[in-house]
Each structure stands twice: as C-alpha cells, then as structure tokens.
Design a protein around this ligand. Sequence first.
Ligand code: ZXY
Ligand code: CA
Length: 551
Amino acid sequence: MLRMRSDLRCITGKLCFAFQQECKRLLRRMPPSVKDNMRNLLLLLLAAFGLCWTQYKSNPKPVRTSIVHLFEWRWIDIALECERYLAPNGFAGVQVSPPNENLVVMSPWRPWWERYQPISYKLCSRSGNENEFRDMVTRCNNVGVHIYVDAVINHMCGSGAGSGYHGICGSYFNAGSRDFPAVPYSSYDFNDRICQTASGDIENYSDPIQVRNCRLSGLVDLTQRREDVRSKIAEYMNHMIDIGVAGFRIDASKHIWPMDINAILSKLNNLNTRWFTKGSRPFIYQEVIDLGGEAVRSSEYFRNGHVTEFKYGAQLGTVLRKWNGEKMADLKSWGENWSLMPSDKAVVFVDNHDNQRGHGAGGASILTFWNPRLYKMAVSFMLAHPYGFTRIMSSYWWPRDIQNGKDFNDWVGPPSNVDGSIKPVTINPNGTCGNDWVCEHRWDQIRKMVTFRNVVYGQPITQWWDNSNHQVAFERDGKGFVVFNNDDRNLSAVLPTGLPPGVYCDIISGQKEGSLCTGIQIRVATNGTAHFQINSRAEDPFIAIHVEAKL
Ligand code: ZXY
Ligand code: CA
C-alpha cells in the first residue's frame, strides 16, 4: 500500500514537472509582443505548481453528488443516520420535512400533509424541537452531510381550520380572520383582496395570476410582494441558515411570483462559516410541477436557482414500464432532448413524497418502492446518467388501498404511536429499517449506485450501446460502465467499455472485498472490451462497474 502511494506520488510529481516544463517552453516560443504578458504566464506557472503541490499534500476529498429525502423522519434519527450511514456512504445531504410549527389535523388522523399547513415559524414539529434540530444540523455538518429544509412559504393553514391553540406547539391562530400572532401575520399579509376568483381559491391553472394570487386548495395565501411578509420569511430562513442549514426546497413555488422569491432570496444570509467557505450562498431548489399544459412554466424560476424536474420520473417510469412502445434504447438521447430543462437547473428524482401516492404529478407511470424491481432499475439509471442533481426518496410504508386508480389511504401519515408521536427509525441487523420505515436509500443497489455517481462525477457518456430494444449500456468516460437488461430475452454481449484493462467487481450483485469480488466479475480486455451476461429474469437485471471496484 505504502509503495503504491509513493509510486503515485512519483507519477504525479513527474506530471507536474512535465507541465511546468511545457509552460516554460510555451513562454520561450511566444513572440515579443506577447512577452509583456509574461507576468501572467508566470502566475499561471505558479498556479500550476500550486495545483501540483496540493495534489502532493493529500488526495482530493471525494465528491458527494446525491441527496436523500428522509420524509417525516425525526431530527434525532436523522442525526444518527448522518453519522452511521449517510457520511460513510458518500451522501451529500438530506432534505428534511418542514421543521416549522404546523396545524394539527385530527380528521383524517394526522395526515402527512398537515406539515404543509404552517401556523408559525417556530422550529417545532412532529420531527422534533429547536434543540433537536440544532443538534441534527451540527452533527450532520460535522460529518459533511448537509441539511436542506423544505420551506413552506406560499401559505399558512387552510382557511377553514378555525381558531384556537391548535398549532403543534400550542401557538394560537385564527384562520378565518387571518391572524397568526406567533409570526406575527395579520389579514394585511394575505392575498384575499387581490385574488379575483369567486371562491378565493385557484380555479383555473391556465391563468398565471390566480395561480399566484389565490388560495391553493383553500390554504390562506401570503402576499410575498409585501415587504413585511418578505422579511418574516427571510427571518425564518436566516434563523436556519445561522444554525447551519445549507439550502432550501421552496414548496409550491409555482404559486409564488418568481420575482417575489428573488426578493426573499436576496435577503438571505451567507452560509455559516463554521462549516462553509466564506461567502457561500444557500442552495435553492424550487418545487414547480410543470408537466406542460399549464400557464406557469419552470423556466420562469431558473434565475432564482434550481427547479424540480417532474417530467424526469414521469417519463422514465413510462420507458421502464414499456408503455406507448417506449424502449430503453430511446434513452440514448435522455436529457434536454426529451424536453427536460437544462441539466444544470434540474433536481431529478424517480418519485417524491406526493406522486408516490398514486396521485399528483406524473400519475400512474411513477415508479415507487411498491414495484421494487423496476424501481431499483429506474433509480440506478438515474444515478448512472449524468443529467441533473439527484435526490433519492426514502419512504415509510402505508396500507395502500387502491380502488379505480385512487389510493384511499394516500393521506396516511408516518409510523406513529397512539399519541401521534412519530416512531423511531430502527435498524435491523441486516441494515434494513424496521417500524414500517422503507429506507430505499439503504437498499444495497441504491447505496452502491450513489457511490458510482460520485466516482464517475463530471465524466460524460461515451460508448453508448443498445440492442434497439430494452437493453442498453454506456460508459462514463474512463471511470465506469453500466449495462441494463429490461428485455424479455437474456443479454450476452461483448461491449467496448473504454475502461482500463483488468478485473472489475460488479457492484450490483456484490462488491470488492480485499482482492476478491463477492458477486459477478467483469474482465476488461486490453482492447477495452468485456463480456456481459444478464438473465432477463434476474432480480436485478443490471451490472455496474467502476474504477474504484477494480481488483
Ligand atoms: N392534499 C390533498 C388534501 C389536502 C392536501 C388534496 O387533495 N389537495 C388538493 C390537490 C393537491 O394540491 C396541492 C398542491 O401543493 C400543495 C398542497 C396541495 C402544497 C402544500 C400544501 C398542500 O394540496 O396542501 O404546501 C399542488 C400544487 C401544484 C400542483 C399539484 C399539487 O401542480 O402546483 C394534497 C397535498 C399535496 O394532495 C402536496 C402537499 C405538499 C407538497 C406537494 C403536494 O409539497 O407537492
Ligand atoms: Ca400564492
């Protein structure tokens, strides 16, 4: 091991030297007029030297490229998960459920969506109190896992929620008179005077004005054009930035004017320098459900930051289910050519907390943990493909009850005790979760593809192969190679991988352990080709190899 390291140093050292010589040679060849710029070139030389020197000092920290939505998890469980699982497995961060005080909904009993009905901006929810939140953010940041907060800032609770001390932390409110003294907000802070529809609710999604200025299914709608509303929201978000959160999902962004979001963002502090470099800005991703056909489009929000790409899961689900004659071979052009937004704006996911319930954006084509074989393929394809910033869904089980395409239990909240408190996430000896937590992010194949994405980060797709049907393979330039067989026939093919020759461990059927593979071995020949075989009935009909799983 020591020898290998010193060899590596020697090689990098030689490369550095060669690079510096090349700079000098270029300098000598320059015509005299350009020699005025010698100082700049000297600086370049120094920079190159500096680069080499840092490479000498230590290996670069591996990149982390995926976040996981730990839907409805308690803060104390997330803190543990960061330390025991997410950091060691290279996860970049966690999207947490809304941390602010919300309405307690008793009918139906404690649905998941009660957390999308704010009562105040106190950090107090079923997931935990402010101390527990602070402890989670600190412990996760300390192991390099960042926290992204679901910010519900379009509205407060439903207009019919009545009045009383029914906030989950006992805060008083009066929904009818638009009084939320714990913020405080009063009737001036809501859109009731501006909204033009008869009901006061959004009635027509092809009218962009009412989509922004009226109530989203009865939720009292904040006027983000008012300075005091902008300040209250920014104050809430800054409170969490100062605690150490790294960014926000902006819930229901479609229903907020893009320029109002922009004004709120401009009031946000830089990230906490205890963990982030000076001047770092919060990472923003706006939830805009745009499947086409509505007045509001995701592109209106690009200037504010990232945007959720709901077409991603809807279309990938359609392909893997083989609906409308679609084939995996068609994924050769996956990305912007499928009318997806620019990759550097897109937050992508196979399913989310809303559309995994059989309704919401995407409908029936969405793949979820209920269909594990196809789901693992979809998530693995997403993680193997360079498009977008990837988010993994982590769910809880619920008693699904589908009649005529509708799930009558789509409202059911997280595993909880009779008093409504959320059950802990327990971990079984085999690493799976108990207490009805599904923990897709702990499924072996998904965990290893998160690593794959980190290893191949920045490398474009090279060497695409398909059988014109449901079998595809592609290389991530020199770093990794994947093969998928969603066909009814077995796959057996010799494919150019572009990888350095040697023996690689398939990370789906097993892994590299010492000098052995516990699963399938792939031998890459000196010409870069390798033989792949995937039975069409395999539980996981795909193979992934990368340079860090090479013997
Ligand atoms: N809910 C049930 C009962 C109450 C909650 C329902 O039937 N709602 C009406 C249709 C869904 O519309 C909602 C959308 O976003 C929300 C909603 C909501 C965002 C919230 C709180 C909400 O009801 O109650 O913060 C929505 C907005 C769109 C769109 C589709 C749906 O294209 O622009 C739900 C709750 C859904 O179904 C929900 C909640 C939170 C979310 C989300 C969906 O972040 O994405
Ligand atoms: Ca609104």
